[in-house]
Design a protein around this ligand. Structure first.
Ligand SMILES: [Zn+2]
Length: 331
């Protein structure tokens, strides 16, 4: 809040202007994070987190309690903005399906939050909003055409085209992890086969290693249903041929998909986030080699930056902040 003194027709007026506070939330399968920000600032006033899964109460109860815990006492909240796993409808604020959050199928998250907190609520796909955050405050600053890809348990995406977040009809665009790279390939968590997420996500890399071990391939890794991509990366860095092959395969499919994205969106920057993207050359060398082979014209690669995400765990919260700033500015 700040005060402006105005000299008008010889009367002195003191106008109290409240810039207000924006509350943002990022809801993933394992963690809910909430933060409050000044309307035009990026430093959180408060930040809290809690587990999404718990034996007591619902995910919505925990979200509402977290938001209440950071609700400012002496400032007006202008809006709540939520980044959530999808698919979801940003127009209605309905979560259509969130497989990792029990009970969130056709769940009216926006309506429930409006009823509880009596302020405008905006809801967006977490990867879409992370793209917005990286564009405005992170690795994509200054770019007009951007692709964001997060590679972890799943593969999510967001596209900025001509300085606009691509939402599409019903707001369900840019599901970059769910394009077919291997027809009739492995089953994707979405129910379809051969999607990028089924070939290059962390679980897909671990599953490939387990399949090859079952076929008798030699490796320092032992069959393990709980194997993680991080453990596979450690084995690869120790020279394990099967582990290196698993990352090479994931990188090749990412390169294949990325060539298609370049043809469709022609971005000037590709930003890669998520835990698997931290695997370094194991993933990026095969990715870039495949990209060079698959692109239809080398001009797509001219001046193209492929860079790691800059905002880390804060991408969803900051993206939700940008989303709310843009929504409020347009009303
Ligand atoms: Zn899929």
């Amino acid at each position: 809040m700040f005060w402006v003194v105005v000299n008008c027709n010889s009367y002195m007026h003191v106008i109290i202007i409240s810039m207000g506070v924006l509350v943002t939330a990022d809801i993933g399968g394992t963690q809910i994070r909430v933060a409050s920000y000044p309307r035009n600032g990026t430093q959180p006033i408060q930040l809290q987190r809690a587990s999404t899964q718990s034996s007591t109460g619902t995910a919505f109860d925990r979200l509402a309690a977290l938001i209440a815990s950071i609700w400012p006492q002496d400032d007006r909240v202008e809006a709540i903005s939520v980044a959530s796993a999808g698919p979801l409808d940003p127009e209605t604020g309905v979560i259509l399906a969130a497989p990792n959050i029990p009970g969130w199928t056709n769940f009216p998250l926006g309506k429930r939050l409006v009823e509880r907190f009596k302020v405008p609520v905006f809801v967006g796909n977490d990867a879409n909003l992370a793209a917005l955050g990286e564009w405005r405050y992170g690795a994509g600053q200054g770019h007009h055409d951007l692709i964001y890809l997060t590679i972890s348990t799943g593969i999510g995406g967001g596209v900025i085209s001509n300085d606009q977040l691509l939402l599409g009809h019903r707001g369900m665009a840019a599901e970059l992890g769910h394009i077919t790279v291997l027809p009739d390939g492995p089953l994707c968590p979405c129910g379809q086969r051969g999607h990028l997420e089924a070939l290059s996500s962390g679980p897909a890399i671990a599953r490939y290693v387990n399949e090859k071990l079952a076929e008798g391939e030699a490796s320092i890794l032992a069959p393990n249903p709980n194997l993680t991509a991080h453990e596979v990366a450690e084995a690869a860095n120790r020279g394990d041929a099967l582990a290196k092959a698993a990352f090479a395969r994931a990188g090749e499919y990412l390169g294949q998909a990325l060539a298609d994205y370049l043809h469709i969106f022609s971005p000037s920057i590709v930003i890669l986030g998520g835990g698997v993207s931290k695997s370094g050359p194991l993933l990026f060398e095969p990715l870039q080699e495949t990209l060079r082979k698959r692109v239809m014209d080398p001009n797509y690669l001219k001046d193209l930056s492929i860079v790691p995400a800059a905002l880390g765990d804060d991408a969803g919260l900051l993206g939700a902040l940008v989303f709310a700033q843009m929504k409020l500015a347009s009303t």
